[in-house]
Unconditional design. Structure first.
Lengths: 324, 367
């Protein structure tokens, strides 16, 4: 019996390097795979240059004061502290609403709902994530704002003695509360889809064991499901936060931008947001210097969201969830 | 005797749903739950009809406490003290579910009601709204004239340009991670993830500085498409990666054993096998960007004419068309915005549904 010629057998691992076409293919693919890095570096460099210029001409007060007097007078003055703080304040309001709602929603889908209803709710949540932000903005401007003004009026009337519910102007339009509420609607699907998956992967043995030991639903959640999924849930919350920090259009029509810092009055008609500042100012930008300031503001927004997202992804990855 | 486990057997076992005994409820308990759920609602409805207390106050200050109390009593009666916390969780999570359901219904419902005003007038279905452009139209022009045809063409053009750029690069990134498996895989995945967190406005600013401020080109469909491509790439890459992962390793080794080169394995075996999944990845990418407004406000501006040249002129798109009309003090313009929003949402829904159907197909295939 003749043995087949062995010299044509190919080592599978080195196959990639043994053929010229393959080498070209591999190299092409590798170059394309680094596009993501290229884009990130490009953004950091191009916007970073603008940020350096803004800091050198404005000093550190660009970051730590709140002012925007660029087109008037001889000496342009700009500071984005109020806007940076405003972005964070809106996101915190959004988180305060979105986190409990999302967690309860995923508890409902995973542990309470009949399977079919659970599947329907999963689709409903995914659909919520698919709504474009401009449509949410349109809805918020015409359908959410009018009743929300009513709610805020009542809040102020009955709970006005609490500092965060103070309102001196009597105007309940364009408040951080409304904008934060819209951000919450954007965050709910993100947080829910992560926490639903994490809670759904709680080992059934653990749940059954808890049941057998006489745990109620609450005790089971408190001592089994939530500790088990904690990492994933925190990661999901941070992903939602990253989304909220950079959101522009959904809150553009429902937030009144004021170049003044609003520390805590969430139902006062003044707020700030870096992303919204950029869109609002870009339309009437006075010249290259002001445009440069906007690019610098964009740089700090980029750095902030990037940090939040990287941390979020590391947390989610550590808990072994499939990245999505 | 050793038991031989075949694949079908394992697949059958893993397809079995885990039992969830905690969801079963006896009839008496169900009756109790029904009473606890309906009684407070009925009471509050009566109060709402016969007193002057405003609705939101009634809801927050009367209904919620009452509902919690009723559920608490029912739970304590059934399970003892332990049940109290459960009842709170149950009431709140049903509340959270209703809340999100109401929000979604409100958004979609308002879109349909207000959007149809633009498309459907006294004169019947206005095809003009879908096909005409905005030349000679000002905010107070009656709705019979003019439409968003130019914006639809603009959106399609921008999305097409973005896809032509982002889809090959995205799929190549996925191929690098799953097929080439170079040394840099963890870093590439990290960068793609980091890229998915770029805010859309920052993508717009980046293209603005690189292409427009530098004087390389005008605001145009191409610039808008590039900004969209930045947002689309991570979605395509991650979804495609997940799909390629599902392709059985046997297919690859089989093809290699037959003497095929690596490149052919990818192009002739792996990608065709993952065809529907790759299409899903593309569709999800398109759905991700099609409603993005902020980058277009910086990179493609707007236009009232139908622009067919993607390189030189500012161009209209559906999101920017909505943006321009939303806050105008003319009811006609606002109705146009709602009409455009309805068209945009329908586009998104179509993409969403196709992705769902293909996705289901994909999952069943290699189980």
């Amino acid at each position: 019996m003749a043995t087949p010629p062995t010299e044509t057998r190919r080592d599978l691992d080195s196959a990639a390097t043994s053929h010229r076409g393959d080498r070209i293919f591999n190299r092409g693919i590798t170059v394309a795979a680094f596009t993501a890095l290229l884009v990130l570096a490009g953004i950091a460099i191009f916007l970073g240059v603008a940020a350096v210029e803004a800091i050198t001409t404005q000093g550190w007060s660009f970051l730590f004061t709140t002012e925007w007097k660029v087109d008037q007078g001889d000496e342009p003055v700009a500071g984005i502290w109020g806007m940076l703080y405003g972005s964070v304040l809106l996101s915190v309001i959004g988180l305060v609403i979105a986190v409990p709602v999302s967690l309860l929603l995923s508890v409902f889908i995973v542990f309470l709902a009949p399977r079919r209803l659970g599947r329907v709710m999963t689709n409903v949540i995914d659909l919520m994530a698919a709504i474009p932000s401009i449509i949410l903005g349109l809805w918020a401007f015409y359908l959410l704002s009018p009743p929300a003004e009513q709610w805020q009026f009542l809040l102020n009337k009955y709970l006005g003695w609490i500092p965060i519910f103070q309102n001196d102007s009597g105007n309940f339009n364009g408040t951080p509360f409304i904008a934060g509420f819209v951000l919450a609607i954007m965050m709910i699907p993100i947080i829910t889809s992560v926490s639903r998956e994490v809670l759904g992967r709680t080992p059934p043995e653990l749940i059954n064991a808890a049941e057998a030991l006489g745990c109620s639903l609450w005790t089971m959640l408190r001592h089994v499901a939530l500790p088990y999924g904690r990492g994933g849930i925190v990661g999901g919350i941070m992903l939602g936060l990253g989304r909220a920090l950079g959101e522009t259009i959904a809150i553009f029509f429902v937030l009144k931008l004021v170049y003044d810092i609003n520390w805590y009055k969430i139902i006062e008609s003044e707020g700030g947001s870096v992303a919204t500042l950029i869109v609002a100012t870009f339309g009437e930008v006075s010249g290259p210097y002001e445009l440069n300031l906007l690019l610098a503001a964009g740089f700090f927004l980029f750095v902030g969201t990037l940090a939040v997202n990287v941390i979020a992804n590391l947390i989610v990855q550590k808990t072994g969830r499939s990245e999505r | 005797m050793t038991q031989v486990l075949d694949r079908e057997q394992i697949a059958e076992w893993s397809a079995q749903q885990p039992q969830r005994p905690w969801t079963k409820k006896p009839a008496r308990l169900q009756a109790r739950i029904a009473v606890a759920a309906l009684l407070p609602a009925a009471l509050v409805a009566l109060l709402f009809m016969y007193t002057e207390i405003p609705g939101p106050v009634l809801l927050v200050a009367v209904y919620f406490p009452l509902q919690l109390l009723a559920a608490g009593i029912a739970a304590v009666a059934t399970k003892g003290r332990q049940g109290a916390a459960d009842s709170v969780i149950i009431v709140l999570s049903v509340g959270a579910t209703l809340f999100s359901f109401i929000i979604l219904t409100s958004v979609l419902g308002s879109l349909i009601v207000r959007g149809l005003e633009a498309v459907w007038g006294e004169d019947g279905f206005r095809s003009s709204f879908l096909f005409q452009n905005n030349v000679y139209i000002n905010p107070s022009t009656p709705l019979e004239y003019g439409g968003l045809g130019h914006a639809v063409i603009g959106t399609l053009m921008i999305v097409l340009i973005a896809s032509l750029i982002a889809v090959p690069i995205g799929i190549a990134t996925a191929i690098y991670i799953t097929e080439v498996r170079g040394r840099a895989v963890p870093y590439v995945r990290f960068f793609v993830q980091a890229m998915s967190g770029i805010p859309s406005i920052v993508a717009g600013l980046f293209i603005l500085t690189v292409l427009i401020v530098s004087g390389a080109m005008n605001q145009s469909a191409f610039a808008g498409g590039l900004a969209y491509a930045i947002l689309m790439l991570p979605t395509v890459a991650r979804t495609a990666e997940e799909v390629l992962r599902l392709i059985p390793e046997d297919l690859r080794t089989g093809a290699l054993a037959l003497g095929s080169t690596r490149a052919r394995v990818v192009l002739r075996v792996v990608l065709p096998a993952a065809k529907t999944g790759v299409i899903t990845a593309i569709i999800l990418g398109v759905a991700r960007v099609i409603g993005e407004t902020a980058p277009l406000l910086l990179t493609s501006l707007k236009s009232d004419q139908t622009i067919l040249n993607p390189l030189t002129d500012p161009i209209a798109a559906l999101p920017t068309y909505i943006f321009d009309n939303v806050a105008l003090p003319y009811p006609g313009a606002v109705t146009r915005a709602w009409g455009a929003a309805l068209v945009l949402m329908i586009l998104v829904l179509i993409l969403f549904t196709i992705a769902r159907i293909l996705g289901r197909d994909r999952l069943n295939r290699f189980r």
